[in-house]
Design a protein around this ligand. Structure first.
Ligand SMILES: NC(=O)c1ccc[n+]([C@@H]2O[C@H](COP(=O)([O-])OP(=O)(O)OC[C@H]3O[C@@H](n4cnc5c(N)ncnc54)[C@H](OP(=O)(O)O)[C@@H]3O)[C@@H](O)[C@H]2O)c1
Length: 372
């Protein structure tokens, strides 16, 4: 936590200034009327980026959480309210905010948490922005995918009795709770994999780290399967823009428009981190047969664009782009994520949580070549 705090403390402005691409330029024009924004969460991974960007835009920020993850993280710049989404919202009573950004309801209890918070805040705010997920879609076989595709319900995708609501179901029902409490005043953003500095899951980080190491790199598929993910900074900028413009509706939070082929994804990371390696493309079915599943622990980010997942990374983002979603270059995300990761303690860097170990990668490459 010390490191993440130090990173956040150093400010995203400094991070952006170190590169040729300056995302602030996109938002420099027309300073908005300052808004009072309540962020449910505010710490964790997405929260600090969200808070910093809202402050940079001149808004007044209050955060609400249990005060466990990172108390006092923002000093006096931000009002911190303590409570518990499951059982104690009393700190929110009698207050008023222009907008609420809910980014902490992600467990199976998400519908109940949103029912409680949106139910209480409906008289205290104009807009409730709920950060949902791409996982709400019942299936992603459509091409292109759009926000009106069917979402998970217990009817179309039953779950075993007594089992807690899985993530996708929980988020889909949480969206419904928000709409029910504040009809016509809800904004839903459904991000795909959220990546960038501060992401502790390593799902994206594996790729810049691996590509920067060089040598023979195992890359999945034939390079044509698409990728759609979102840099955390692009996500929070989109959310704040939706609040500034008071835009209601349901939006996806991935990019780029219609996705980019995996080969382009790899090339861009290679350029971003100054890669020196060579790339061996290994058939996705072969990898699966050898225990490495697309989107699984060893193969993060990668998904095959056929059958049930044909549209997984083929979202048509026309409405989102019109509403203000922008995408920074993958080269920048890769370079800055690597810079952040290299500032983490040595033992943390030695233990990437996803991707192939060097030994496993060598073993799979040898098997692949022997097979051919
Ligand atoms: N990571 C991804 O790739 C991805 C993809 C799609 C969507 N999302 C969504 O993005 C959102 C942000 O993700 P994240 O990983 O940054 O956040 P997160 O882990 O879902 O939430 C962390 C925040 O919630 C607060 N919190 C946790 N339990 C609480 C409780 N009982 N009462 C009040 N506050 C509580 C934490 O503070 P305290 O611990 O101090 O309470 C912290 O501020 C989530 O809704 C997630 O579902 C993530």
């Amino acid at each position: 936590m010390q490191n993440r705090r130090a990173f956040i403390g150093s400010g995203l402005v400094a991070l952006g200034a170190a590169t040729a691409f300056d995302p602030r330029a996109l938002f420099a024009a027309a300073a908005p009327a300052p808004k009072r924004i309540l962020i449910l969460g505010g710490t964790g991974f997405v929260g600090p980026h969200q808070v910093r960007h809202a402050l940079e835009r001149g808004h007044q920020v209050t955060i609400f959480n249990r005060g466990r993850s990172a108390p006092g993280m923002f000093g006096k710049d931000v009002e911190e309210l303590a409570g518990d989404r499951a059982s104690d919202l009393s700190a929110l009573k009698g207050r008023r905010w222009d907008a609420v950004i809910d980014e902490s309801a992600s467990l199976s209890s998400a519908p109940e948490w949103v029912r409680l918070s949106a139910g209480m805040l409906k008289e205290q705010t104009d807009q409730y922005l709920f950060i949902s997920t791409r996982s709400v879609y019942r299936d992603t076989s459509r091409v292109p995918m759009t926000a009106d595709a069917p979402v998970l319900t217990l009817e179309n995708s039953p779950i075993a009795e007594g089992r807690a609501l899985p993530y996708g179901h929980a988020k889909a029902y949480a969206e419904k709770e928000a709409h029910a409490a504040m009809p016509g005043r809800v904004t839903v953003v459904r991000p795909g994999l959220i990546i960038g500095p501060g992401d502790d899951t390593d799902r994206f980080t594996y790729w810049p780290v691996r590509i920067a190491r060089g040598g023979e790199v195992l890359v999945p598929g034939d390079g044509t399967d698409h990728v759609q993910i979102i840099d955390v900074r692009d996500l929070v900028q989109f959310c704040v823009k939706l609040v500034e413009d008071r835009t209601y509706g349901v939006f996806n939070g991935v990019g780029p428009h219609m996705g980019q082929p995996f080969k382009e994804f790899v090339d861009r990371i290679h350029r971003g981190v100054g890669g020196t390696g060579t790339y061996t493309w290994v058939d996705a079915d072969f990898l699966r047969a050898n225990g490495a599943n697309p989107y699984g622990r060893e193969l993060p980010v990668f998904q095959v664009m056929r059958g049930a997942t044909a549209g997984f990374a083929r979202f048509d983002l026309t409405p989102e782009i019109k509403a203000g979603l922008t995408f920074r270059p993958m080269e920048v995300t890769a370079r800055e994520t690597l810079e952040w990761f290299r500032g983490e303690p040595a033992e943390r860097q030695a233990g990437l949580k996803t991707g192939f170990t060097a030994e496993r990668e060598r073993e799979l490459l040898a098997l692949w070549k022997a097979r051919r």
